[in-house]
Design a protein around this ligand. Structure first.
Ligand code: FMN
Length: 198
C-alpha cells in the first residue's frame, strides 16, 4: 500500500509591491502539487495590485488557495506558532511590509505570520521588490537576514535564454520553490556549459 502523503502547510502572502504575478503563479503551482495546503493572506495594497496588474478580482485569487485569511484577522490560525507551517513566502514583498517584518511590528496578519515564522525558526522567503534601494531598505533586508529570513528579490536571469515574461516569472518562482524544499518541474535548470563554449 502506498504511504499517505504528509501535508505541508505553506503561507503565501501578497503585499502591495509590483509583481502580484509572482504570488499568483506560486499559488497556481502549489495548487497542482500533492501534499501541500496553501494559506493565502493579501494586504489591502496587494489586492489593489492583483486587480491592477493582472485584472484578477478577489474570488479568482481566493480560488487558488486552500484557505484564505483576512489581513486584519490577527486571530487567524496562522497568527500562532502552535499552528504548524512548513514555510511562508511573501510574493511580492513591499518595502513597507519588509520594514514591518524587520522591526517585528506584527501590525497585521501578514506581518504577524512572518513574525511567527521567524520566532519559530521556520523558513521565511521575501520576494522584495523596489528599485533603486535606499539605506533603510538595505538595512531592513540585513535585519531580516540576521533573523534567519531569506531575502530573494525576483531578479530576472538571462542565462537560460528566456523567451517570454512567463519564462522570467517561472524562473523566479522556481528558485523560491527550491528554497522552501518543494519539488517542481516549473523551469529548466542550468546544465552547465560545454568546456570549450565561448
Ligand atoms: C501600482 C503600484 C505599484 C507599487 N509598487 C511597489 C513596489 O514595487 N515596491 C514597494 O515597496 N511598494 C510599491 N508600491 C507601494 C505600496 O503598495 C505601498 O507602500 C503600500 O502601502 C504597501 O502596503 P503593504 O505592505 O501593506 O502591502 C506600489 C503601489 C502601487 C499602487
Amino acid at each position: 500500500m502506498a504511504e499517505p502523503v504528509r501535508t505541508r502547510r505553506i503561507i503565501v502572502a501578497i503585499s502591495g509591491a509590483s509583481g502580484a504575478v509572482y504570488g499568483a503563479r506560486l499559488l497556481q503551482v502549489l495548487r497542482g502539487l500533492p501534499g501541500i495546503e496553501t494559506h493565502l493572506v493579501v494586504s489591502d495594497a496587494g489586492w489593489r495590485n492583483l486587480q491592477h496588474e493582472l485584472g484578477m478580482e478577489r474570488p479568482a485569487a481566493q480560488a487558488l488557495a486552500h484557505q484564505v485569511h483576512d489581513v486584519n484577522n490577527v486571530g487567524a490560525a496562522i497568527a500562532s506558532g502552535s499552528f504548524q507551517c512548513h514555510a511562508m513566502v511573501v510574493a511580492p514583498c513591499s518595502m513597507r511590509t519588509l520594514a514591518a517584518i524587520a522591526h517585528g511590528l506584527a501590525d497585521n496578519l501578514l506581518t504577524r505570520a512572518a513574525d511567527v515564522m521567524l520566532k519559530e525558526r521556520r523558513r521565511l522567503v521575501l520576494m522584495v521588490r523596489e528599485t533603486p534601494l535606499h539605506l533603510a531598505h538595505l538595512r531592513n533586508m540585513v535585519a531580516v537576514t540576521e533573523m534567519g529570513g531569506i531575502v530573494c528579490p525576483p531578479l530576472p536571469a538571462f542565462y537560460l535564454r528566456p523567451q517570454t515574461v512567463d519564462d522570467l516569472v517561472n524562473h523566479s518562482v522556481a528558485r523560491v520553490l527550491d528554497l522552501i524544499d518543494v519539488e517542481h518541474q516549473l523551469a529548466p535548470r542550468w546544465q552547465g556549459l560545454e568546456p570549450n563554449a565561448p
